[in-house]
Design a protein. Sequence first.
Length: 258
Amino acid sequence: MRPMNAPHVGGDPGTQLRAWQAELAHASAEMIVARALTEFGDNSGDEIAISFSGAEDVVLIEYAQRAGVPYRVFTLDTGRLHPETYRFIETVEQHYGIRIEVTFPDAGAVTQLVRGKGLFSFYTDGHEECCAVRKVEPLRGVLSGLRAWITGRRRDQNPQTRGTIDLVELDPRFPGKGGAPLVKWNPLAKLSGTDVWDEIRASEIPFNPLHARGFVSIGCEPCTRAVLPGQHEREGRWWWEHEENKECGLHLDVAPSR
């Protein structure tokens, strides 16, 4: 595919974005990952990275590996993940021969939150404050050094908040390197959860063992539980809150639930 200039390098961002969207409208997720990496990789892969946490993200890593170009992967360690998730990170590293860049929250901010409100304040006053400290601000730091990032978001994960996401967009939440617009690639946007798991099984991609115990959408241990057959995957996240609050703020501004 013919390379194009990134939106913040030259030209109008909207025009470049529409060109990408038209070019990739019928492309496979694997082709979109390769396109993103070759567009922003600059032979080193330093200015684009894959965000890793769940099953969808390992599919992205699989596609990046097949592309045969340098790539980076980062993950957010909130300090509250399941033991299985920590071991899963190492499993993925060993399977693909990569090092996942683990990012941590600011120790001072965590200390202030826990000393002021305790370890489980989110059960009474909403998850937004804890997520902001443990996830959103660390992510902001990572993205401030990138020109683009790749996520595993799908439209069917949450029809209320993700139902209209594009395959490629300008990040409305975070600026990129030097304060420039940040390009956000969502190669799996049009796929279903079934599509993702079909790829995992067909390609023998490693997955978090919690999935075998009924966990579908996996986040921090206190805020994640298994779901029953027929329940939507997001029902296992922040189950004590209203349906419209099932976002942590990484991809969408969330209103307080209290």
